[in-house]
Design a protein around this ligand. Structure first.
Ligand code: GTP
Ligand code: MG
Length: 197
């Protein structure tokens, strides 16, 4: 996909700040440190636009990036950070629940799973939350650069089995390896949402 423009449109640090933006939203879910912000930066071809952390749990707010004046990529805070105090987990829940309750909700979710690990309990419960709210989702296996080609196939099979999803629908992605393009993911996003960028 050709990126003509990309900019931070809005942000929400607490439930009361969640906007009702006039553009279709694609929301990015995933554990802390799974690579949400990095993948968004790659998808928008704007390395400096997106806040990427070396320490997990950095993205605590919701960030709305407007792409080509056509859609919003929504960077959500990560869940399941094992060292997070209970208060942070509750903060995640109340912010993300408020986000999901706000109209209009996301047209599509990208659910990011680290390709090197089986989906965690938290991953599975988020998968169920999305399904329970009838939010279509694309499972993205991040950090595919960390595995060999056959490792990627093996790992996506595990993720598909654990989430009860056909393996061919899982999109391997990498924010680091230029030879793994974000275009197949963009194509799926546009096909699923019917957005013309
Ligand atoms: P939170 O904001 O804490 O929820 O994390 P996040 O999901 O936004 O992850 P982020 O993009 O900040 O990346 C976390 C770490 O993983 C950083 O050190 C990144 O450089 C690294 N990383 C992200 N994507 C990739 C990838 O595709 N390949 C590799 N090798 N490393 C990656
Ligand atoms: Mg982040």
């Amino acid at each position: 996909m050709k990126i003509i423009s990309a900019a931070l449109l809005d942000q929400a640090h607490n439930p009361g700040q969640i906007p009702s933006p006039p553009y279709p939203q694609v929301a990015v879910f995933g554990r802390s440190n799974v690579g949400k912000s990095s993948l968004l930066a790659k998808m928008m071809r704007r390395r400096k636009l997106v806040k990427v952390s070396s320490t997990p749990g950095k993205t605590r707010a919701i960030y709305y990036y407007l792409v080509n004046n056509a859609l919003l990529l929504v960077d959500l805070p990560g869940y399941g950070f094992s060292k997070a105090p209970r208060g942070v987990a509750n903060q995640w829940r109340s912010l993300v629940e408020a986000y999901l309750d706000k109209e209009p909700g996301p047209k599509l979710a990208l659910h990011l799973i680290d390709i090197r690990h089986s989906p965690t309990k938290d991953d599975i419960s988020v998968h169920r939350i999305l399904a329970g709210r009838y939010i279509p989702s694309i499972t993205v296996a991040t950090k595919a650069d960390k595995l060999s080609r056959s490792g990627v196939i093996r790992a996506t099979n595990v993720i598909g089995r654990e989430l009860g999803e056909p393996v061919e629908l899982i999109v391997p992605a990498s924010a680091k390896d230029a030879s793994i393009s974000a275009d197949p993911l963009w194509d799926r996003i546009l096909a699923e949402t019917g957005i013309t960028p």
